[in-house]
Design a protein around this ligand. Structure first.
Ligand SMILES: Nc1ncnc2c1ncn2[C@@H]1O[C@H](COP(=O)(O)OP(=O)(O)OP(=O)(O)O)[C@@H](O)[C@H]1O
Ligand SMILES: [Mg+2]
Length: 240
């Protein structure tokens, strides 16, 4: 039985809405496994980004505990958390901003945390492979202003993958893509999660994306209302 890479236990989050403290994420237990492509779906305001950013160690939960590879992170310092994020996570945010003054290649290399030093050839090659896989081989030296919305979104995904993260978190990464480029991106992501045993968690409203997932989690009003795996894809550790 594989070990979960990420474990959330009794996680909840409250926000002040000006006057009152409001619970936007109810107590949640969730285990995330390597090699599994999980989709998190639900209506606007249901708590998807809240849950995703808690999983990404970006937003602190109001209650509960988080462990990565079995190691509790609750008492870690900010700098230890930052290092954990850099070495384990790739993020594609809902508003995936690229740095306008940098080329596509430079935008990707910036994410590797090696600014100012010589860029290793292997890193450049990996970036080129990713861009090629996303149909962007001709865009490597362009700047974000010269790209379409969908192309920028694909660059943001390549940027999140260049460090070969164990966990990739994406918030609506296909919202600006037409069906064809959305399918290309999803195929690449799915293949990557299988072949490299990566955990991929993607937030989406788009039901066209659901068939690509190994696991579909639905969230409503801050609570998980269903958590299903594709037929033939048992829960890790589950007998069938
Ligand atoms: N920083 C914040 N301060 C106060 N309230 C917040 C904050 N962030 C989120 N919320 C509230 O928490 C609830 C869940 O927000 P969240 O961003 O997680 O929703 P979502 O499911 O990602 O929605 P969408 O699909 O529109 O992106 C919303 O009611 C939102 O107003
Ligand atoms: Mg959101």
């Amino acid at each position: 039985m594989p070990e979960p890479i990420l474990q959330l236990a009794g996680i909840a989050r409250d926000f002040y809405d000006g006057r009152n403290l409001r619970r936007v994420l109810e107590k949640t237990d969730l285990d995330i496994y390597p090699g599994e492509f999980t989709i998190l779906a639900g209506p606007s305001g249901s708590g998807k980004t809240t849950l995703l950013t808690i999983m990404g160690l970006i937003l602190k939960p109001s209650e509960g505990s988080i462990a990565i590879r079995g190691r509790a992170i609750t008492k870690m310092s900010e700098s230890a958390l930052a290092s954990l994020r850099l070495h384990n996570y790739g993020f594609v945010f809902q508003l995936a901003e690229l740095l306008p003054a940098l080329s596509v290649m430079e935008n990707i290399i910036v994410a590797s945390g090696i600014q100012g030093r010589r860029v290793p050839a292997a890193l450049r090659r990996r970036a080129e492979e990713l861009l090629d896989g996303f149909g962007l081989a001709d865009c490597i030296n362009l700047r974000p202003l010269q790209l379409s919305g969908g192309q920028k979104q694909r660059v943001a995904i390549a940027r999140a993958l260049v460090n070969e993260p164990a966990v990739l978190l994406c918030d609506e990464p296909t919202s600006a893509l037409d069906s064809e480029s959305s399918a290309i991106v999803l195929d690449v992501l799915k293949k990557l999660s299988r072949d490299t045993n990566r955990a991929m968690i993607m937030v989406t409203h788009d039901p066209r994306v659901f068939p690509f997932a190994d696991r579909l989690i639905k969230i409503e009003n801050g609570a998980i209302v269903s958590d299903t795996r594709t037929i033939g894809q048992p829960l890790p550790g589950e007998t069938h």
